[in-house]
Design a protein around this ligand. Structure first.
Ligand SMILES: Cc1cc2nc3c(=O)[nH]c(=O)nc-3n(C[C@H](O)[C@H](O)[C@H](O)COP(=O)(O)OP(=O)(O)OC[C@H]3O[C@@H](n4cnc5c(N)ncnc54)[C@H](O)[C@@H]3O)c2cc1C
Length: 245
């Protein structure tokens, strides 16, 4: 974990409520897809956790949805603003667990951490199919970004306004993707349905309200098949067989 001051290099809407923010500065602590950062915001006691969408030397990309005071404040941050960020948090995805063909499943703002994961898997010579689930066409983001880095992209919308009508599990069933390992991030009901729909192994990123974000306060502890675990420290990524639904 490293506390750094990063500068807002861009901050633009992808949809009416979802923004992409690029930050520049010392990103040396960010090393693995699936990790997160914690952002300190004016007047808010708790930092806000946001997954790392992508990172390269000195640049960090975050994608976030406005749901309350903190994320609303983030959307108003101007280019050049300096913010206090804890970087290098969480235990991310393990790309070595996939041998040849990965299925990546993201729902809503569960999509961002899958982007860097896709880049890493493809760099390792693996085939990547990404299923992105949204409520409606207007909420879709990053489908083209995934395509540009070489992933097969399947979009599902609950109302059928684009792609396959239904949930990500409907899209997986209909397309019959043949994969050896899956990685997923999104709302809990989606993760549960996905785990139940396949007997293949996988890793899932869980979201939990958290206090400190680095394992001290124990506020985000959950029971797993191998005992109590902190989502911020041992997670947010857990193996399918460890999760007690
Ligand atoms: C490890 C981790 C990674 C995350 N990555 C992302 C990301 O990449 N993009 C993104 O948009 N969001 C992400 N989130 C969720 C994000 O942290 C919350 O949406 C944010 O903290 C809300 O802050 P706020 O002040 O805007 O809203 P608040 O005013 O704190 O809350 C507004 C509403 O959002 C709900 N809410 C707030 N935090 C959470 C949470 N952690 N889980 C579920 N519901 C919550 C509250 O119950 C409330 O209804 C992540 C959360 C975690 C734990």
């Amino acid at each position: 974990m490293k506390r750094v001051i990063l500068e807002v290099a861009s901050n633009r809407p992808l949809t009416p409520l979802v923004y992409e923010m690029q930050l520049t500065g010392d990103t040396s602590a960010v090393t693995r897809p699936g990790g997160f950062v914690e952002i300190s915001l004016d007047g808010l006691f708790l930092r806000r956790p946001i997954s790392v969408c992508d990172f390269d030397d000195g640049r960090l990309t975050l994608v976030y949805k406005i749901v309350g005071k903190g994320t609303e404040q983030m959307a108003g941050l101007q280019v050049g603003t300096k913010i206090d960020v804890l970087t290098g948090l969480g235990n991310g995805f393990d790309t070595t667990l996939c041998h040849s063909h990965a299925l990546l499943v993201g729902g809503g703002v569960g999509v961002p951490p899958l982007y860097r994961l896709t880049r890493n898997l493809i760099a390792e010579g693996k085939q990547v199919s990404v299923v992105l689930g949204f409520n409606t066409q207007a909420e879709i983001f990053y489908a083209d970004e995934f395509r540009k880095v070489g992933a097969e992209v399947i979009v599902a919308t609950a109302d059928g306004s684009q792609g396959i009508k239904g949930f990500v599990t409907d899209a997986i069933r209909q397309t019959g993707i043949d994969f050896d390992y899956f990685y997923a991030c999104g709302p809990l009901p989606m993760l549960k349905a996905l785990s139940e729909a396949t007997d293949k192994p996988g890793e899932l990123s869980l979201e939990e309200r958290m206090g400190c974000g680095f394992g001290i306060c124990m506020g985000c502890s959950i029971q797993t098949a191998s005992g109590a675990k902190r989502v911020c420290k041992e997670g947010p990524v857990f193996k399918k067989e460890d999760i007690i639904w």
